[in-house]
Structures are given as structure tokens and as C-alpha cells.
Write a protein that binds this ligand. Sequence first.
Ligand code: GUN
Ligand code: ZN
Length: 442
Amino acid sequence: MSETETLLLGQVLDIHANPFEAPPEEAARHERRGAVLLRGSAIVETGPAEKLQKAHPRAQVIDHGDALILPGFVDSHAHYPQTAIIASWGKRLIDWLNSYTFPEEMRFGDPEYAAEIANRYLDLLLAHGTTSVASFCTIHPASVNAFFEAAAARNMAVAAGRTCMDRNAPDGLRDDAQSAYDESKALLERWHGRGRGIYAITPRFSPTSTPEQLEALGSLWSEHPDCPMQTHLSEQTDEVEWVRELYPCKRDYLDTYEAHGLLGPGAMFGHAIWLTDNERARLRASGAALIHCPTSNTFIGSGIFDTARAMGEGQIVGLATDTGGGSNFSMLHTMAAAYEIGQLAGAALHPAQLLWLATEGSARAMRAEGRIGTLRPGTDADLVVLDLASTPAIAQRVARAETIWEAVFPTIMMGDDRAIASVYIAGERYDALVPGGDGGGH
Ligand code: GUN
Ligand code: ZN
């Protein structure tokens, strides 16, 4: 009862309905001078500033002026251990894994290195306005502990899991079916539901797991069905061909997961570009999510994911950076890439759709809807505050804006960490981590 009330003032954009199901403009409510009322760690109410100020005269007021208050961004597929090798040149998926990724992931057996990168990564996320992420770790339990500890230190709601591989990976990065099960289970029991932690059962992808390992992880998931399960599916055509060779008895790539109990609600399949109609139908019917990783799909040369088609078919879709196959930590940049890929696929995604994918869409994919990703009363107050005129290039365009959509779209297309004016994690302002204390202009 005695929890403090805080009233955040600014522009408020509440995308209260799925803008792929309702007309985007009707799915959102914009308050030019709005307010978000927080009590402790939760959102209580949003509305016009004047009304909320009158109703809550004793609330502490933080005025963000003209900046735009939104739910914090949710990145539903990333590899924090790849932070230090992001933007590595010149390879496609399998070569990229062997040349850059696996050598780097080898280092995460060292708890100190794992902690250093986990902390660096989460600081970078907050600086870019991302308040939640679903991340792969490495095969080392130390990498999982380091990540959940770094997230707990910031009170961030993250999903993460030990990345399991028992073939087609170098010495030092392979386990077996039993140790994958045992170590994943121990980590799940330690971290799932502890604070804001969510344990995600994490087979890397079918080429690096034997059928026995997928079966073991399917069993673990059946014992903990409320956990999400994250993996990769049909990212590149060479990979799909390789899976056909490795699993000659399976009817398609999806079947390598499905046959081992790894398809269902809470499954998150990264990329999912090269699917047959039959796979699409089974994915939809199962309640699984596809995670669109647009900067990765262009950076590694994977292909075009058709967001509008997937959403139109009723598929659950999240949006993600796929750091460090993805080339940027920013969900603003990721939305820009999703827009451009949408154009190539034949549909201009509305800013409301892009913002929804980067917040509630990803939260749903992670099974964290109802807790994060919206401004709904009762949900956790994880928020980002955007400066809609953060650079001269953006400011001169916004000067002509006549609607909120025209005002926010330049920041989606051209914004970066300079656009992040503030971040709130469970009601606590986290500006200490946002660059700008060093003279960056915030
Ligand atoms: N497929 C299997 N592992 C990975 C990975 O680390 N990154 C990407 N982009 N694809 C993968
Ligand atoms: Zn990935």
C-alpha cells in the first residue's frame, strides 16, 4: 500500500491491440501530452497527463517533455556470447559458425570471461532501449549462470538457456544426450522463475544435435512445459539440405524437432525462412513462434522472411537482432531492417506493426505476454523513452511530421542509441547505463 507512485509525463503511444488484426491506427492510442502512472514495479494506468496529475497529486513526477514513452523493446532471439564478434566479415552460416562463432563460444568455460561479456552485453541492450531478451548461452553452465546473474543485477526479465550440441561442433563445445539433459535440468531448476528469470530449453539446431539429444531435450520440455524452447529452423538453403542428409527418415526440417517433442506452444524458431506450406501449417497449428531476424538474414545472406504473410496466416511472430549473426544491437535498427525486407516481400509494415513486433509480439513469442511488452495496467513497468529528434537528420524530418506515425517513423528508420532518452526496468529508472553521461547529449 505504501509503494511509491511515480507519474511519467511525455508523449504516450499505447498499442493496445494487435495491429495486424485491427487497422493499425485503431490499434493504438496516442496522447500528445500523456502520462504513465507507476506503482512500485508495475504500470497502473496510462492516460492524459492532466487527468492523471489531478487524480494522483502526490505522485512523484518525472517529466520527459516531448519524448515518447513506449514499452521497453523485447529482443526474442540473440546470442550474448557473440557480442565481441558481431560484424565479422565475409561468411555464410556454416562457415561463419566455424570461423567466428565456435572459437569465441569456446572461451565461455571461463566464468570471468562469461561474466564480462554478459555484463557488457546487457549494458549495450539497455543503452539501445532493450529491456528483455531471449538469449542463447554456450554449452558451459558458467555461461548461463553469468547471464542470469548479470540480468538479476539489473532486475531484467530475460530468457536464456544452455546451448546443447553433441555433433558437428569442435572439441570443447560438444556434450552428449545425457549431459545435455542433466545440465540443462540443473540450470532450469536453478534459474527458471527465480526473480524475473525464464529458462529456455536450447538445442542449438538439428545439425549440431543427434536425434538422441533432441529426444532428451524433448523429454525435459515435457517435464517443464511452461518453459520456452528456443532453436533455429530453415535459415539457409544449404542448412536445409544438410538436415535432409543428417535426418534421412524425417519428412522435413521441422519434423526433426516435431518427432522429438520439440514443437508446441512456447517453441521459438529463429529465422524460419525456407519453409514448405506444410511446415507453415504445422507451425501455426502448434502455437509455436517464428522469430524474424532481419539484420541477420541480410548480413549472413539467408533470405527474406515474409512477416505480413506469416502474421496474415495467424502465425505467432517475434522480432529479434540475432546478435552477432545480426549486425546491430538496436531494435530500432532491427525494425528498420524488417521494414525494408517487408518492402522486398511486397508489404509496407506500418510503424504500429513494427513497434508491436518489437514489444508485445516478441513478448508473446517468449511466453511473457501479460508481464512485459505493453503498457497494460498490472504489467511490469519496463519502459523506453525515445527522443524523436535525436540527430539533426531525424529532427529536420520530424519537423514536418503531422501525425505520431510520421513523427516516430524517422526514428525507427534512422535512430540508434542516441534516441534512447531513458529506460525503466520494473519501475526503476536506469539512465546510469545509457551513454550520455559522457557528454552524449541527453
Ligand atoms: N544456426 C545455428 N547456430 C546459429 C547461430 O549462432 N547464429 C545463427 N544466425 N544461426 C545459427
Ligand atoms: Zn541465432
